[in-house]
Design a protein around this ligand. Structure first.
Ligand code: B1M
Length: 216
């Protein structure tokens, strides 16, 4: 039965139907479905399909925009549920997260931030299209242990390397670990640029962040 709901969720994103996406997200909460399943098995399936159609030339920018908007509406409904999944007992560490300069994709980055906050990190989400120096400055200001940078474009991934280098150039009171993620990012890219952590999804990001800080 959940399978039908997941399919409807995916379709609502493909059709860019904000109201339907919102209603289905609410319905999943009422049914007690794990919000991560609603996102991963439902809404993300739809947004990935639109992305694939866009790269094949079968969909155009307006469809991409509408799919992105519908995703955000659905995730906004699920966000309080995601936060409830965590049990904040102690502050595990301080994280600054951002989407790199030149990149305005924020859905995955925001999910990572929400999940990390739910897991007990003090998260400072700087938003999208954030200049490298602003990230470094923020990390100093809040005495971050983790700087997490997201990139969704092959053209903006290179900015993750710039962040790694900028963090290495600055003296911090404490060790600052750089984590990278985003659809085109891989473990080998993480290794190539000398970042400290990589995860392909939001749940994995928590495990990596905890691991880096020895909090597992
Ligand atoms: Co754009 N877009 N987009 N887009 N978009 C992609 C990324 C693309 C792959 C689509 C495609 O062609 N198949 C393609 C990039 C191609 C490439 O670089 N090789 C693309 C393009 C080309 C563009 C534009 C250039 C289009 C244009 O203008 N001609 C433009 C770029 C603008 C810019 O940034 N300067 C553009 C714009 C947009 C919209 C604004 C319309 C919209 C974004 C809306 C928004 O974010 N508010 C949009 C969307 C929706 C997409 C797709 C379809 C979906 C992205 C998404 O939200 N996924 C995307 C195709 C795709 O990825 N399948 C595409 C769902 C989200 C939950 O996943 O963000 O991957 P994701 O996050 C995951 C993991 O990656 C990971 O955890 C998250 C949760 O599991 N993760 C981390 C993410 N960050 C992490 C950080 C971590 C750890 C894990 O540690 C710090």
């Amino acid at each position: 039965m959940n399978e039908n709901l997941f399919q409807e969720m995916a379709q609502s994103i493909i059709d860019g139907e904000n109201e339907i996406a919102e209603k289905l997200a609410q319905q999943s909460i009422e049914l007690g479905i794990n919000p991560l399943d609603a996102i991963g098995k439902g809404f993300v399936v739809g947004v990935n399909q639109v992305g694939d159609r866009f790269s094949n030339g079968d969909a155009f920018l307006p469809e991409l925009v509408m799919a992105g908007e519908a995703m955000k509406v659905a995730i906004a409904v699920l966000e309080p549920e995601l936060a409830r999944l965590g049990t904040k007992r102690e502050v595990l560490g301080t994280a600054v997260i951002a989407t790199v300069e030149g990149d305005i994709h924020d859905i995955g980055k925001t999910l990572v931030g929400t999940m990390m906050a739910a897991a007990g990190f003090d998260v400072h989400d700087m938003g999208v299209d954030v200049p490298i120096l602003d990230i470094v400055q923020k990390a100093r200001e809040v005495e971050a242990n983790i700087v997490g940078v997201s990139a969704l474009l092959t053209t903006t991934m290179v900015k993750q390397r710039d962040v790694v280098e900028a963090i290495a150039d600055v003296e911090f009171k404490n060790k600052v670990y750089v984590m990278v993620g985003g659809a085109p990012v891989t473990r080998s890219w993480m290794e190539e640029i000398g970042a400290d952590g990589y995860s392909e999804d939001a749940i994995g990001a928590i495990a990596v962040a905890k691991d880096l800080l020895g909090k597992t």
